[in-house]
Design a protein around this ligand. Structure first.
Ligand code: AMP
Ligand code: MG
Length: 355
C-alpha cells in the first residue's frame, strides 16, 4: 500500500486534507494523526473491520481494547449505557484533554473495538487536527498509539512512518506532540473510580474533581500478583531494543554507579546510553548521554522520554541506564512507563559516605 504523508498545522488546518482523511476513515481505512498525548492510529470505532485492521497494522494482541475518540459531549450517549455523575464532573474539568474514561458500552460499539469487553474507553482529545478529523470521520475514531505493538509510543511523525509506512492509507504529520505520554485512564464502570493507567492528569487532579479514587496496584508494582484491569498494561511495552536499567538513589551515587558500569561496558565494546537530566548530564563521562530535561520540570521529562528511547534504538545502543524520578504527580506516569521499558529492572545504590 502507498501511504500518503501530509503535514497539517493545527493552528492553520487544511480543511481539504482533513476531509480527505475523514473519507478514508469512513470507508474503513486507517489514518495516523497527532493528538496532544502521542500519535494515534485511527479507524472508524463503530466498524469492526476497521478495528481488525488496526490490530493487524500494529501487531497488537486482539484482547487489548482500543480507546474511542470523540470531539464533543453530545457524542457520548450513543456509545455508553449510562453516564455516571463523576463523568460529567471530570469532563467539565479535563475534557478535551489527556483523560480517558471507561464506561459500560452500548450495543453500537463492536466487541472488535473493545477487545471483547462490555466496557468502552472514551477520550476527547484537545489537539485541533485530531478533533477536526474525528468530525470529518463521523464522530467516533478508535485510536491506539501509532506504533508497532510493544515499541515506545511515537511523539513525532518520523517514528509513525518508521513503524507503519506502507501499511495504512495516510499519516498526518503535525509536528512534535505536547505531552508525550499516553492519557490517564480512569475506570468509571464499577462502584469506585479507579486509575488504570497514570498520565498527565494526576491522581490529585482527579480527586480534586470527584473525591477519592483508587489506583490499580499493578501500575507500579510488578509483584502484586494481580492482573492489571487495563488489559494492555500486562504486555511488555515501550520497550527499547537494548537493555535498560533504572538506577535509584542519591544523585551523586547514581552518577558514580552509572559511570563505573559504562566504563566497564565500553571496554568490552558495548554501546551504552544514559537517560540523564539537565542537572547531571555533564557529570557522565562516557556513553551516549541524553538529558530528558530539568528535574523540576516533569512535564518536560514526560515529553522527551519516548523520543529518547527511540533515538537510542536509532543509534543501536545496547545497554542503557536511566535516572529515577519521584513516584508523585506526573512522576507516577513517568516511572510507570520507565519501569515497563526497563522490564522492571531497577538497581538501588547507596551514597559512598553511607556505605
Ligand atoms: P493505547 O491506545 O495504546 O494507549 O492503549 C489503550 C489502553 O487502554 C490499553 O492499556 C487498554 O488495555 C486500555 N483500555 C482500553 N479500553 C479499555 C477497557 N474497556 N477497559 C480497560 N482498559 C481499557
Ligand atoms: Mg499504546
Amino acid at each position: 500500500m502507498n501511504t500518503k504523508i501530509l503535514k497539517i498545522d493545527e493552528n492553520n488546518i487544511d480543511t481539504e486534507a482533513i476531509r480527505e482523511a475523514g473519507e478514508i476513515l469512513k470507508k474503513g481505512g486507517l489514518v495516523a494523526f497527532p493528538t496532544e498525548t502521542v500519535y494515534g492510529l485511527g479507524g472508524d470505532a463503530l466498524n469492526e473491520n476497521s478495528s481488525a485492521k488496526i490490530y493487524a497494522a500494529k501487531g497488537r494482541p486482539s484482547d487489548n481494547p482500543l480507546i474511542v475518540h470523540i470531539s464533543n459531549m453530545g457524542a457520548l450517549p450513543k456509545i455508553v449505557r449510562e453516564i455516571p455523575r463523576e463523568a460529567y464532573l471530570l469532563a467539565e474539568k479535563y475534557w478535551p484533554g489527556p483523560l480517558t474514561m471507561i464506561f459500560n458500552k452500548s450495543d453500537v460499539v463492536p466487541y472488535a473495538t473493545t477487545g471483547g469487553l462490555d466496557t468502552v474507553a472514551v477520550r476527547m482529545p484537545s489537539n485541533r487536527t485530531a478533533r477536526a478529523l474525528i468530525d470529518a470521520a463521523g464522530g467516533y475514531v478508535a485510536a491506539p498509539s501509532a506504533n508497532r505493538s510493544g515499541r515506545p509510543s511515537p511523539t513525532v511523525a518520523k517514528y509513525v512512518i518508521e513503524d507503519l509506512n506502507g501499511q495504512i492509507e495516510m499519516i498526518i504529520d503535525g509536528g512534535e506532540v505536547n505531552i508525550g505520554l499516553e492519557s490517564t485512564i480512569i475506570d468509571l464502570s464499577e462502584s469506585r473510580p479507579t486509575i488504570l493507567r497514570p498520565g498527565y492528569i494526576t491522581e490529585e487532579m482527579l480527586e480534586e474533581a470527584i473525591g477519592q479514587v483508587d489506583v490499580d496496584k499493578t501500575i507500579i508494582d510488578n509483584h502484586s500478583g494481580q492482573a492489571p484491569k487495563a488489559p494492555g498494561m500486562k504486555y511488555r511495552h515501550y520497550a527499547p531494543k537494548g537493555n535498560l536499567t533504572i538506577v535509584e538513589g542519591e544523585p551523586s551515587a547514581v552518577v558514580e554507579y552509572i559511570n563505573d558500569q559504562v566504563e566497564t561496558l565500553q571496554k568490552e565494546g558495548i554501546k551504552t546510553g544514559v537517560i540523564a537530566t539537565d542537572e547531571t548530564a555533564a557529570k557522565y563521562l562516557g556513553g551516549d548521554v541524553k538529558s530528558a530535561g530539568k528535574r523540576q520540570n516533569e512535564e518536560e521529562i514526560a515529553r522527551h522520554l519516548f523520543r529518547i528511547l527511540r533515538e537510542f534504538d536509532d543509534d543501536e545502543v545496547q545497554v542503557m541506564f536511566a535516572e529515577s524520578f519521584p513516584h508523585e504527580g506526573i512522576g507516577q506516569a513517568i516511572m510507570n512507563r520507565l519501569l515497563k521499558a526497563a522490564g522492571h529492572q531497577v538497581v538501588r545504590v547507596t551514597s559512598p559516605d553511607k556505605k
